[in-house]
Design a protein around this ligand. Structure first.
Ligand code: FES
Length: 138
């Protein structure tokens, strides 16, 4: 009986700690020239749509909001790493693996994920839209 309980506790602990450790570990790709990528041209994306792309060797998403502005986040679920899907019917992200939901800001709306989706900086240069990692405050 103790072995069964011990195994259960170990599984629950791994279920909670794994996403925290993955979130805190550094990206597998070194920052540098890959820390800013071209995603698309302005005028390509309709309002309330998303474009997925690869950023720092991981899935990321650029969303054109209903007001015409853009936002970008990691599309890698902070629970166990599945790619989240943009839901235009409610402006949120849904992870089909275990049901986590994230607001358009990246904030967790529903678990099991506990950490928000990292948000990236969006910049427009001419008619080109770029995404980069946010500059850390000094
Ligand atoms: S990977 Fe488990 S909820 Fe996303």
């Amino acid at each position: 009986m103790n072995r069964i309980l011990g195994g259960g506790v170990a599984i629950v602990a791994a279920y909670i700690l794994y996403p925290v450790i993955r979130f805190l570990s550094p990206p597998s790709v070194a920052l540098g020239e890959q820390s800013k990528v071209f995603v698309t041209d302005t005028g390509i994306m309709k309002r309330n749509t998303a474009k997925y792309f690869k950023f720092l060797d991981e899935p990321a998403v650029l969303v054109r909001l209903p007001n015409g502005t853009y936002t970008s986040l990691s599309a890698k679920c902070t629970h166990l790493g599945c790619t989240v899907q943009f839901r235009s019917d409610g402006d949120y992200f849904h992870c089909a693996c275990h049901g986590s939901e994230f607001a358009i800001t990246g904030k967790v709306m529903r678990g099991p994920a506990v950490l928000p989706l990292p948000k990236y900086q969006v910049s427009v240069s001419g008619e080109k839209i770029f995404v980069s990692v946010p500059i850390e405050p000094a």
